[in-house]
Design a protein around this ligand. Structure first.
Ligand code: ADP
Ligand code: MG
Length: 194
């Protein structure tokens, strides 16, 4: 079994993160937690890359639809497609394809103990209105499900990060060739893990 410190996760700085020049801020937040940057590249993704990225996990459609409907319910609102989470996600996926291909993104691989959960914690919840203060999404974005729905676009929330270890493994393979991931020794590992 691999040591916890070997866990890797995928982060994508979305087009709004690049446009708002928050790249340095975002990278520094993951780095200062003790995580190690293993790979990084900038590109304008194709529609096919984005569709594949979001549907690598066969459960993503159902879970994302249910999460959206629940977010409306938690605010005492009725979702227009309540009872049909797959329809909800179908609409979101179309919006995501145009958002994520609207300009350059930066994909990165970060490594360290509990990398997936630590990165999710630093990133914050999906809906910036409800993301905790101190998280990237909570500190730098003011978007909401309702506003994005009314304006007929994807939620702008600066970053994508893998939701589970399995999702991270699949996503890293989707975005990077094995030789693009650079193994190197960090001196700080002696302090963090020894
Ligand atoms: P996360 O990125 O936090 O893992 P999801 O996997 O549930 O969130 O959704 C993927 C992305 O789809 C979100 O980050 C967001 O940009 C977008 N999104 C999710 N729900 C909606 C929605 N109701 N309206 C618009 N965009 C949405
Ligand atoms: Mg997700």
């Amino acid at each position: 079994m691999k040591h916890h410190k070997e866990e890797q996760t995928l982060v994508i700085i979305k087009p709004d993160g690049i446009q708002r020049i928050l790249v340095g801020e975002i990278i520094s937040r993951y780095g200062r937690a003790g995580l190690q940057l293993m790979a990084m590249k900038m590109m304008v993704p194709t529609i096919e890359m984005i569709e594949k990225h979001y549907t690598l996990d066969p459960e993503w459609r159902r879970l994302t639809g249910e999460k959206n409907i629940k977010a409306y319910q938690d605010k005492g609102l009725k979702h227009p497609h309540e009872g049909n989470p797959l329809k909800v996600t179908e609409i979101i996926l179309e919006k995501l394809k145009s958002y994520m291909t609207s300009g350059p993104v930066i994909a990165m691989v970060w490594k360290g103990a509990h990398a997936v959960k630590i990165v999710r914690k630093i990133t914050g919840g999906t809906e910036p209105l409800m993301s905790d203060v101190g998280t990237i999404r909570g500190d730098y974005v003011l978007d909401s499900y309702q506003m994005a729905d009314e304006d007929n676009r994807a939620i702008r929330n600066l970053v994508h990060s893998s939701g589970s270890v399995k999702e991270a493994e699949d996503e890293i393979k989707h975005w990077f060739k094995p030789e693009e991931i650079v193994e190197y020794r960090l001196i700080q590992d002696e302090i963090l893990y020894n």
